[in-house]
Design a binder for this molecule. Structure first.
Ligand code: PGA
Length: 278
């Protein structure tokens, strides 16, 4: 079984003092020695069950990274976006080496808010993916269909196009540096994000199977198991997490709104992990 993964996407929220309060709540939970403690505390066993990844805004990355280094919290860091060049005259942008510098292991790429509100194309997302991989970071690639696309029965064709145009080259060409199991794909239906509406577990299950198939089709013999971890995202909360995690194809979730409270997010991690254990 792949290690489960719970990503907290803070989006454009949280000052540094708010980030600090959040991390202090994590420390309190790690000290309580409940079910959550072994997932949070580097000193405790059961290291491989689940991975917790925080996605603060750029302005808090450095603070969170330093805090994590000083604490014994077992938490990874991802940026929410990146530019595809290593450096240069790109006012207002952040490069992959800068993210490595502040301790990020991952980068979220192609979030639907980037695609829809900031006009990011599949081509731009592919360039970002290449840059992230070239600089030794791990991508969390988001894909998802809009409501109109879903109603027109185009869900899989949209997702397939998004996968082809970003991952395709790495898959079929077996490009240097393609370490699929270290990467993450997040299926996030656009209409489910922040709306309180979610697809049925059966709908998610059928998409997960197709994504899995997409990766196994492109693999050489003997490499069937080599696929990215696959997450679901869109209105995940502590009440619906168990239902999603019942599907054993799912490797975890990407949480937006409900991740802004450390308590709520840890509850999601706790329920999600125990759902998988039972
Ligand atoms: P949400 O956001 O949990 O608030 O729906 C998810 C996301 O945007 O990744």
């Amino acid at each position: 079984m792949s290690r489960l993964c719970f990503v907290a996407n803070w989006k454009m929220n949280k000052s540094i003092p708010e980030a600090e309060a959040y991390l202090r709540t994590f420390e309190e939970h790690a000290a309580r020695r409940g079910i959550i403690a072994p997932l949070l505390d580097v000193g405790l066993a059961e290291t491989n069950l689940a991975e917790i990844i925080l996605a603060p805004p750029f302005t808090a990355l450095s603070f969170v990274s330093e805090f994590l280094k000083r604490s014994s919290l077992r938490v990874d860091l991802t940026a929410q976006n990146v530019h595809y060049e290593g450096g240069g005259a790109f006012t207002g942008e952040i490069s992959p080496p800068m993210l490595r510098d502040v301790g990020c292991g991952y980068v979220i790429i192609g979030h639907s808010e980037r695609r829809q509100l900031f006009g990011e194309t599949d081509e731009a997302i592919h360039r970002k993916l290449e840059a992230v991989i070239a600089y030794g970071l791990r991508p969390i690639l988001c894909i998802g269909e809009t409501l109109l696309e879903r109603q027109a029965g185009k869900t899989w064709s949209v997702l397939k196009r998004q996968l082809e145009q970003t991952f395709g080259k790495f898959l079929h060409g077996r490009e240097e540096g393609a370490r699929l199991p270290e990467w993450i794909v997040a299926y996030e239906p656009v209409w489910a994000i922040g709306s309180g509406q979610t697809p049925t577990p059966e709908d998610v299950g059928s998409v997960l199977q197709k994504i899995g198939g997409f990766f196994s089709e492109g693999l050489a013999e003997g490499q069937e198991k080599s696929r990215p971890r696959i997450l679901y995202g869109g209105s995940v909360n502590e009440d619906n997490i168990e239902t999603f995690m019942k599907d054993r194809e799912l490797d975890g979730v990407l949480v937006g709104g409900a991740s802004l409270s450390a308590e709520k997010f840890l509850k999601i991690v706790e329920c999600g992990t125990s759902a998988r254990r039972n």
